[in-house]
Design a protein around this ligand. Structure first.
Ligand code: CA2
Length: 143
């Protein structure tokens, strides 16, 4: 079985509980189930969420040995974290960045993502469907 690491960053544990106008009504558990359902045969999802930058970085380091690809919604760290970018640069497989909302239609400070400098694809504005598209892409690239 090949493992895809699904990483969600700060505040995404609140999905479905607040701000539905930006992030919809689905919960993080719904997103993780959606991602698992999008896996091709022979792939599985390992889903993690943290509000801590260093924890996300440690999981990315571990993924160097355990995962074929990473699907990541870095949350607000997208717009601030060079350390997260550096960690992803040390990972060799495909990295797909997902944003539930269309960040380019929102405040100017959300328009730039450091993670996009490493990501093999960036999906924004598809709602939670973006996670399924990202998982399908990793499966295709890692088949
Ligand atoms: O659109 C996205 O997925 C974002 O990555 C979400 C981040 C935001 O900082 C990015 O600019 C775009 C915020 C995640 C916060 O999620 C919440 C969900 C429900 C309630 C409150 C926050």
């Amino acid at each position: 079985m090949k493992t895809i690491l699904l990483l969600n960053g700060p505040n995404l544990n609140l999905l479905g509980k607040r701000q539905p106008e930006h992030y919809g009504h689905e919960t993080l558990a719904d997103v993780e189930a959606l991602a698992q359902g999008a896996c091709a045969e022979g792939f599985r999802i390992e889903a993690m969420q943290s509000n801590w930058e260093g924890q996300l970085i440690d999981w990315i380091h571990e993924a160097r040995e355990t995962a074929v690809g990473i699907v990541i919604n870095p949350g607000g760290l997208s717009h601030s974290s060079i350390a997260l970018l550096d960690a992803l640069n040390a990972f060799e497989g495909p990295v797909i960045e997902v944003h539930i909302s269309q960040i380019h239609k929102r405040e100017a400070f959300r328009h730039h993502s450091y993670v996009s400098n490493r990501a093999d694809a960036v999906i924004a504005g598809l709602g939670t469907d973006g996670y399924a598209a990202a998982v399908r892409r990793v499966c295709k690239l890692s088949a």
